[in-house]
Design a protein around this ligand. Structure first.
Ligand SMILES: *Cc1c(COP(=O)(O)O)cnc(C)c1O
Length: 401
């Protein structure tokens, strides 16, 4: 056991084995390596940046980073400088690029820790140049261009200012330009012409920089969906996130051979018989149609199981599916075991909340679809009392920590 919760807090009641823990997110590092392998195949000659923002989409950034790098990922991507610093504190030495900076961003800390930063505005160029001068070191800078997502990135009206400020800072050797990139708005519709428009605008921005004498060593725009479905957009580097974790980035399509890395299980903590007509959980939104047996699971919305999912999910216990019933509460929820006539479910057995479809388990994607969201939100939302545990492979002997 790692002895920490998914939020990174020490777990005072850390059990001796994950089988004893009430709520465990098991992350299979072999699945991460397998997924990187698949993504490298799609990337062709382009390098792979594994995106490990939001604590590795809830899987643990440092462990995922190490597994991804060992499988041939060239570098790492995070949203914030703080996420990059956390990777460094965990001993990760690879190239790390961050791209989301507020007005209080600690660019000096990023420069000192060799974390790449990305500019989205003229102000950020000024702040990074000032931080480079203050630290006496050269900052590795990326330019994030808003080519049509209209979120982060240099707006068209700021482009000339940013371009000229970058040219000046490169000439003064306070920064080196590492990459120029953008993020796609409609990558999950791979054939949408907007993807091509964004690629063209990125190429134009790079040509414009080269026109004023600034060399662009690398350019990139592909997230998971584009990496898989639009290899023609790859340029020098691809930036997959969700596919690293084994979830398909393109709705209602194939799994592309990806393996989901996270399996979330809860220990059956109580089993009881209830009589026909008995209402269950707050509001009695579900009532037994017949005498039945119900099981209590110690997972609720404070652990990342959305309350909206009440009555709309199944769990797998000992290889069979059982429906969730009644309201999901803050700390617990219930499933209907039916007559449990086989009597094959006992207190202490583990219920799979989501895992892998090839094992007959519900998936994070299935849960997301049931409530109209995306699996990104389900896996990155696992929290609360969940303990994270790593395995290496599916079989016996895969225990890591
Ligand atoms: C999150 C993120 C990615 C990864 O996106 P996925 O859809 O998870 O592959 C890539 N690039 C940027 C800029 C991001 O913010």
């Amino acid at each position: 056991m790692t002895g920490t919760t998914a939020t990174g807090l020490p777990d005072p009641t850390s059990p001796r084995t994950p089988g004893d823990a009430a709520l465990v997110a098991t992350v299979d590092l072999q699945a991460i390596r397998h997924n990187i392998d698949i993504l490298r195949g799609y990337a062709g000659d382009a390098a792979v940046m594994a995106v490990v923002k939001a604590d590795g989409y809830g899987h643990g950034a440092a462990a995922v980073a190490r597994a991804a790098l060992s499988a041939g990922a060239a570098e790492l991507g995070v949203a914030t400088i703080e996420e990059g610093l956390t990777l460094r504190a965990d001993g990760v030495r690879a190239t790390v690029t961050s791209w989301l900076h507020g007005p209080g961003a600690d660019f000096a800390a990023a420069i000192n820790a060799d974390i790449g930063v990305s500019v989205s505005s003229p102000r950020q160029v000024r702040d990074i140049v000032a931080a480079a001068e203050a630290t006496g070191r050269t900052a590795a800078v990326n330019i994030k261009v808003d080519t049509g997502l209209a979120r982060n990135g240099v707006a068209p009206g700021d482009w000339a200012d940013v371009r000229d400020a970058i040219a000046k800072a490169v000439a003064a050797e306070s920064i080196t330009l590492r990459t120029v990139f953008c993020h796609l708005a409609l990558a999950d519709q791979p054939d949408h012409p907007h993807n091509d428009l964004q690629a063209t605008r990125l190429d134009e921005a790079c040509a414009d920089l080269e026109h004023v004498g600034v060399a662009v060593p690398m350019r990139h725009l592909s997230n998971s969906a584009a990496t898989i479905a639009r290899p023609d957009l790859a340029r020098d580097l691809v930036r997959p996130g969700i596919a690293v974790y084994g979830l398909s980035p393109i709705p209602e399509n194939s799994t592309y051979g990806l393996t989901p890395a996270m399996t979330l299980t809860a220990q059956v903590s109580h089993i009881k018989k209830i009589a026909a007509g008995q209402g269950v959980s707050y509001g009695h939104t579900w009532s037994a149609q017949r005498d039945t047996t119900i099981a209590l699971l110690p997972i609720g919305y404070a652990d990342g199981l959305p309350r909206l999912l009440s009555g709309r999910f199944d769990v797998a216990i000992n290889g069979r599916r059982y429906p969730g019933i009644g309201r999901i509460c803050m700390d617990q929820c219930l499933v209907d075991l039916g007559t449990n006539e086989i009597g094959d479910i006992a207190v202490g057995d583990r219920a799979v909340i989501f895992g892998r479809s090839d094992r007959g388990e519900p998936t994070a994607t299935e849960i997301a679809d049931a409530i109209g969201t995306i699996d990104y939100e389900i896996v990155s939302g696992v929290r609360g009392r969940t303990i994270r545990h790593y395995r290496d492979g599916d079989g016996p002997g895969g225990e890591v920590s």
